[in-house]
Design a protein around this ligand. Structure first.
Ligand code: P53
Length: 477
């Protein structure tokens, strides 16, 4: 058998993409609420255009999302029916600290997640909790400039202290920051950063990243102190880079592109800034402000496991024409002529998952956890809400086969696998509802119309069987 007996099969969601209830239970506003669907979304999530309030001219899909705030019992029951061993979800920071800088937490917010975890416990589902999945309270953005400010470390620390104590015994798997490298690619969505004309954007991003890295180390420290059972992971938007050609310059560009991402995990897992990063910052004139204890904290409190999302491999090139074509994408994505792609142009590369896993395992020698993987596609339900999503089954089966190879043939220690958007939810990149990843269909469209009724897709029954056989039977009947 390829996978360990206690392999954690499941699915993943994020608070802002599924909960809705944005102004209920005393919740405060966050960056992830004020990002509309439409062509303004990209300049906003990348911090180029400021939007700090709702504007009636736009539609904000996160306000209601799929209303999981009110329907979580029904949804968790469906996850249990599929046999989930784990459910990855995130906390909305602004439910627990509506402004972010209060001394005392909001009891209603804390109670909400306690109820969710108890619901999971009822079915023997182990929660895997992302402490922040892109969200930052708006008040912290307006008053302190979000993660630009060192003060955020203290506010995040308060959040961690509260949740680790409150959920002791209910939760033991924690991720500190979702896709921590997203701060470089979508800095407003990822870390609440916006930039003024003429500012040194790189300096600000790396300083903010330093604050997150220190905050992550502190979180790890407290988690271990509060409960020795706690396991803390980092989380990377992963996807190995390939050189576009074997031209040495392309190979070098590829090495640099991988390092740009691995840099974060080098700090979180090895406990120190890698020399190549320090040198590059020096050359770019980036000067990090640090407190004397920072490096010691980073060294002493490294993560227990390495988690990551994987959707696709990437391509690195030095060809100016090709580079031109990729401007305006969150991740540069030159087309790989050997791969097919999704309806959103994301290239499909199961073997790339095995390569990525090997890269990470060679580099860190810590257990891996795949916490996001899946296919965003248009689904066409019949009148009962049933979707014949063979394309999704095929994508997932190929990726599970690749991870099986990585475990069985390469000897990688893999803790679990949670598919992204196990129930249809709002897309982070585009704000669309029609870009669906789920085993469970949700009746809602891009404009917010629909009954929100849930129904099972073909992949629901398929994934149930995959879990039942611990990944042995991947056939699509
Ligand atoms: P959507 C871009 C590239 C890689 C991962 O993405 C990304 C993104 C952001 O779009 O984010 C992760 O919804 C993220 C999830 C997100 C998921 O990938 O744009 O952790 O919040 O929904 C899929 O199709």
């Amino acid at each position: 058998m390829a996978f360990r007996k206690d392999f954690l099969w499941g699915g993943a969601t994020a608070a802002n993409q599924c909960e809705g209830g944005y102004d209920e239970g005393g919740r405060g506003l966050a960056n992830v609420d004020v990002v509309p669907i439409g062509k303004e979304r990209f300049p906003i999530i990348t911090g180029k255009k400021k939007m700090f309030e709702f504007d009636d001219a736009y539609f904000y899909p996160a306000k209601q999302a799929i209303d999981m705030y009110h329907r979580y019992k029904e949804d968790i029951a469906l996850f249990a029916e599929m046999g989930f061993k784990t459910y990855r979800l995130s906390l909305a920071w602004s439910r627990i600290f509506p402004n972010g800088d209060e001394k005392e937490p909001n009891e209603e917010g804390l109670k909400f997640y306690e109820d969710v975890f108890k619901e999971c416990q009822k079915y023997g589902i182990e929660p895997l909790v992302t402490i922040t999945h892109f969200d930052c309270p708006m008040h912290l953005i307006k008053k302190y400039g979000a993660w630009r400010s060192r003060k955020l470390i203290g506010f995040y620390e308060n959040l961690c202290r509260v949740i680790f104590n409150r959920y002791k015994g209910l939760v033991k798997y924690w991720l500190t920051f979702n896709e921590i490298n997203m701060i470089l690619h979508a800095p407003f969505m990822g870390a609440g950063l916006v930039f003024e004309e003429g500012e040194n954007v790189e300096q600000i991003k790396y300083q903010a990243a330093h604050h997150e890295l220190v905050a992550s180390a502190i979180a790890t420290k407290i988690a271990h102190e509060v409960d020795s059972e706690n396991k803390v992971g980092c989380m990377l938007a992963a996807g190995v880079n390939y050189p576009y050609t074997c031209k040495p310059e392309d190979v070098w560009a590829c090495r640099k592109a991988d390092r740009k991402n691995y840099f974060f995990i080098d700090v979180q897992s090895r406990g120190e800034y890698p020399m190549y990063a320090l040198k590059e910052m020096e050359q770019k004139g980036i000067k990090l402000e640090m407190e004397p204890s920072d490096l010691e904290l980073l060294r002493a409190h490294t993560v227990d496991f390495i988690s990551f999302s994987y959707y696709s491999s990437r391509i690195a090139t030095t060809d100016p024409e090709l580079l031109e074509q990729t401007a305006g994408n969150i991740f540069a994505s030159v087309k790989n002529p050997y791969l097919t792609e999704s309806e959103w142009g994301w290239q499909i590369d199961p073997l790339g998952l095995r390569t990525t896993m090997n890269d990470l395992y060679d580099r860190y020698q810590k257990p891996l956890f795949i916490v996001e993987n899946g296919l965003g596609a248009v689904d066409t339900p019949d009148k009962n809400g049933y979707v014949e999503d063979d394309y999704r089954i095929e994508y997932l089966a190929q990726h599970i086969q690749a991870m099986k190879d990585a475990v069985e043939l390469d000897g990688i220690d893999l803790l679990g696998y949670t598919t992204w958007g196990c129930i249809d939810l709002v897309s982070a990149g585009t704000g669309e509802m029609n870009k669906r990843y789920g085993f469970i269909y949700v009746d809602r469209d891009n404009e917010g119309n629909g009954t929100l009724v849930r129904s099972k897709k073909k992949s629901f029954y398929w994934y149930k069987k995959v879990i039942e056989t611990n990944g042995e039977d991947l056939r699509n009947e």
